[in-house]
Design a protein around this ligand. Structure first.
Ligand code: FES
Length: 389
């Protein structure tokens, strides 16, 4: 190599090294926190009681009279039955495992997609199981976080799910448990994001491939979402239309290749809930002579008890007893298409926020449910709209 060529190669290498150094975050820079909000589930069977107690104590999810007295009683009564269900699915919920995996891979992608706010760190804040929001708050404070994005892992917004998590985050933020002067913004819903839709469609196609070619176009796609009490639906909660929008977007992507229905699962208690119920729909399809079904969890981002126990062990089993061929589309779990969608959502949000194209919350969050009488919703929304500062 001539002296001139060698010199220019050294110069290029040096330039590249300097560029890498310039892009690298300054040493000791606190991470940009991406806080992944979800309900959570007991990772081990002995955690079931505390999970249920936290769940029944949540006034945003299940408003009960004398809640602080009734919640522990109901939790104690239901614990043995629910512990058995967690034993049956392998000894605990995999939701933490998958949320951590999704978060770590998303954060690594984000460092590439949006180096301006690197390093990014995913934190998990569960509403009813470990790590609870208070534990995550301590971790964020210890890390010296100054910029945080509350990123709901419920694709479709409900005040009883995402709203409840945001209320909890607001309470911890207001008391300074997360640290002082943290600048917040919120990704509050994303049920029609093209990457989410694509990941769902690919999992449905894989499930359809398990049927013979002759049967395939006749298979009924049964989208199943967690139900809500009608008292929540009737106060103007946006969840039902948002789940419907997800289903329509997935069916558009599938070019409406199959007949489909949206049904609702996991009703508890005697009051009226959104229907029709998934179990009843399977019986109804059997009665109509429709033998082939794919069950699709449309409102969950990973496996947990509603997919592994309710869909797989209860409903699919029931269908088989009725002579049906029932498959379940896999949950999104470690889908690389889905994880890239999460990274795209967060990076677009960070870019738009930095450029002033969006505020700390979406326009949708500015409107409370027309039937809302919960003062906490108003306080939480105002706090996030100011950036939480
Ligand atoms: Fe929806 Fe309060 S219940 S904003």
């Amino acid at each position: 190599m001539s002296g001139i060529r060698r010199a220019s190669t050294v110069a290029r290498t040096l330039q590249r090294s300097l560029a890498t150094l310039n892009n690298a975050p300054p040493a000791g820079k606190p991470p940009t926190a991406i806080v992944m909000l979800n309900m959570g589930g007991p990772s081990t069977v002995p955690e079931t009681h505390d999970f249920l107690k936290n769940l029944f104590s949540d006034n945003d999810l299940i408003p009960l009279p004398f809640q602080s007295v009734l919640a522990p009683l109901i939790a104690r009564r239901r614990t043995p039955q629910i512990e058995k269900q967690y034993e049956d699915i392998g000894g605990g919920s995999p939701i933490l495992k998958y949320t951590r995996l999704q978060g770590e891979r998303m954060a690594a992608l984000l460092d590439e997609l949006h180096p301006e706010t690197a390093p990014h760190k995913a934190y998990v804040a569960f509403r009813y199981a470990n790590p609870l929001t208070e534990q995550t708050a301590r971790e964020m404070k210890a890390d010296g976080v100054k910029r945080a994005v509350a990123f709901t892992q419920y694709p479709q917004y409900s005040c009883s799910t995402t709203g409840s998590s945001l209320n909890e985050l607001y309470r911890k933020g207001k008391t300074g448990e997360i640290g002082d002067g943290v600048e917040w913004s919120v990704i509050d819903r994303w049920g029609t994001h093209p990457g989410f839709v694509e990941a769902m469609a690919q999992n449905i196609e894989r499930a359809l491939a398990k049927f013979s070619e002759e049967e395939r176009s006749d298979v009924v796609l049964l989208f199943s979402a967690h139900s809500l009490p009608m008292s929540v639906v009737n106060r103007g909660d946006p969840y039902v239309p948002e789940v419907s929008a997800s289903v329509n977007a997935v069916m558009d992507r599938l070019k409406h290749s199959n007949p489909h229905r949206l049904v609702w699962q996991s009703q508890v208690g005697p009051s009226a809930w959104m229907g029709m119920q998934t179990g009843e729909a399977i019986k109804g399809l059997a009665r109509l002579g429709r033998k082939n079904v794919v069950l699709i969890p449309i409102a969950f981002t990973s496996d947990h008890i509603e997919t592994l126990f309710e869909l797989d062990l209860e409903y699919a089993h029931e269908g088989k007893k009725l002579g049906m061929h029932v498959e379940r589309a896999e949950a999104l779990n470690d889908s690389p298409v889905f994880i890239r969608a999460l990274a795209d959502l967060a990076s677009t949000h960070l870019q738009d926020y930095a450029a002033g194209r969006i505020g700390p919350t979406s326009i949708q969050m500015g409107l409370r449910c027309p039937g809302c009488t919960n003062a906490a919703c108003g306080a939480q929304k105002a706090w996030f709209a100011r950036g939480g500062l």
